[in-house]
Design a protein around this ligand. Structure first.
Ligand SMILES: Nc1nc2c(c(=O)[nH]1)N[C@H]1C(S)=C(S)[C@@H](COP(=O)(O)O)O[C@H]1N2
Ligand SMILES: [Mo]
Length: 214
């Protein structure tokens, strides 16, 4: 937790010693707002969430249906490729693993990658392994409050590092799409918006995989 008597630099040093600061990152005390383009409007009456691709039967959920799904709370550290890190962020939402366990859809054996589809064409790709892991969530709440429009309301993907779980593969935060509208399961990898723009396909925070050339 943040100690108010520490300066930001002291706190950053401490977190480095704890092994929670990936190389080249600096500590942010608030969650910055970062995205390409405008903030889309949310209409609960027309919003839906679709899952399709390498699954047995595609599904579409309304906002009302989505809110009834079993929920998970997750605390983790998020790391942006532009070099800020926000530690101990608390999110609440629905785990993709839970959707599978509830039988909402079934994966085909060919499913190996997942493309998140957000409003206005933003996409980002992850291996299935990460989407089903404990450090990925379909989040509706941040720090106990519903997401604000600028942070991706009503639903976003999030991915980050859980302290003391070094075996979880952890990419940079761009691989969580704000204003998320669907998940496409794929047999072959398909680079998303920033990945096509020259960012690294895996974007591992510990290996500092920022751009495709790094
Ligand atoms: N739809 C959409 N999602 C996005 C982005 C974007 O440009 N569009 N930017 C990503 C990046 S680079 C980061 S660091 C996080 C920032 O989330 P925040 O603004 O809530 O801190 O959102 C990610 N999700
Ligand atoms: Mo980012």
């Amino acid at each position: 937790m943040t100690n108010p008597t520490h300066s930001r630099k002291q706190e950053e040093e401490l977190r480095k010693q704890e092994g929670r600061m990936p190389p080249g990152q600096s500590l942010a005390r608030r969650l910055p707002i970062l995205h390409y383009g405008a903030i889309p409007a949310f209409d609960p009456a027309t919003w839906n969430f679709r899952v399709w691709g390498e699954i047995e039967e595609p599904i579409t959920l309304s906002w009302e249906e989505f809110q009834k799904l079993p929920r998970t709370t997750l605390q983790m550290d998020v790391h942006c490729v532009t070099r800020w890190s926000k530690l101990d962020t608390v999110w609440e939402g629905v785990a993709v693993k839970t959707l599978l366990e509830c039988g909402l859809f079934k994966l085909r054996p060919t499913a190996r990658f997942v493309l998140q589809h957000a409003e206005m064409g933003y996409t980002t790709n992850l291996p299935l392994e990460i989407v089903l892991a404990d450090n990925f969530l379909l989040a509706t709440h941040f720090e106990g409050q519903p997401l604000t429009p600028e942070h991706g309301a009503p639903l976003r993907g999030i991915v980050g590092a859980i302290p003391n779980q070094p075996n979880l593969k952890t990419p940079y935060f761009w691989k969580g799409a704000k204003w998320l509208r669907g998940l496409e399961f794929l047999s072959e990898d398909n680079p998303g918006f920033w990945e096509q723009a020259g960012y690294h396909n895996e974007g591992n925070i510990w290996k500092e995989q920022r751009t495709a050339r790094s």
